[in-house]
Design a protein around this ligand. Sequence first.
Ligand code: NAP
Length: 287
Amino acid sequence: MRITGTTRLAGIMGWPVTHSRSPLLHGFWLDETCIDGAYLPLPVRPQHIEQALRALPILGFRGCNLTIPHKQSALSVVDRVEPMAGRIGAINTIVVEPDGSLEGRNTDAFGFRENLRETVPDWSPVAGPAVILGAGGAARAVVAALSDVGVAEIRIINRTLARAEAVADDLSTPKTRITVHSWDEVSAVQRHAGLLVNATSLGMAREPPLVLDLSLLPPSAPVVDIVYVPLETGLLAAGRRYGHPVVDGLGMLLHQGRPGFEAWFGAAVRVTGKLRASILATLAPAR
Ligand code: NAP
């Protein structure tokens, strides 16, 4: 990569930011498309997020991604929030508009939906209720994505019921009913379901495992884990044993980067096997 006076600039703000795979992801696409662009890690402390975001147009940046801990706090800084980001309550992508104003977007729902569409193209939103484990930031994006594609009933399981109830209050629509359940009901809610998604951090490396009885889940229902370290989680292994189509979390991570790349660098990009392999090689093995 060579930086010139006309190089288009974008990056990712986080604290810390060293763990982020986004510089590798966007660097891969920049190499592939031969665009004169650069994507930089930007370590920004929580107390400096407003100054850092306001500096983007001044420094000639086209925008940036946001990671922990900035995804919620940036909502009150940007000039406009895309409806999907407003519904989810978090921003992970900032686009600097030609007049220097900042638009906040959330591309996690897009990433989840595209990964599902690509991996299980035969899955239909009308196959049955979707069971979502978790009610954190990622779960909100998953629920918004499933509601948008026309799932009529979403059953949320979460340890902290109040958090799940807040998701139901914020994301229910006339076309999507959201119900809230405790972990005691995790087997019963799988009956007649058309999809099961883990959006908790259970099963992630160095977190407690996720042990589920899948015997009541209809065999045609895909089992999705958005955890991607390790790539093959205990849940996905169980899904395979029970004969379900399975969807891992790496595709969501890669697809969520596409809208930002397109907005900043002006080219559409794809998630290919070569990209998956190159990012996978950088993910720490499970311990
Ligand atoms: P978060 O906001 O902190 O939410 C964590 C969720 O996990 C909550 O629902 C929490 O329940 C639940 N949880 C954590 N520990 C638990 C335990 N011991 N027992 C039961 N439930 C537990 O995190 P997040 O941002 O939503 O991320 C969740 C996972 O998704 C992470 O593993 C993250 O890496 C992954 N993720 C993947 C992608 C992707 O692109 N593939 C994108 C975003 C996130 P409580 O509400 O009760 O605390």
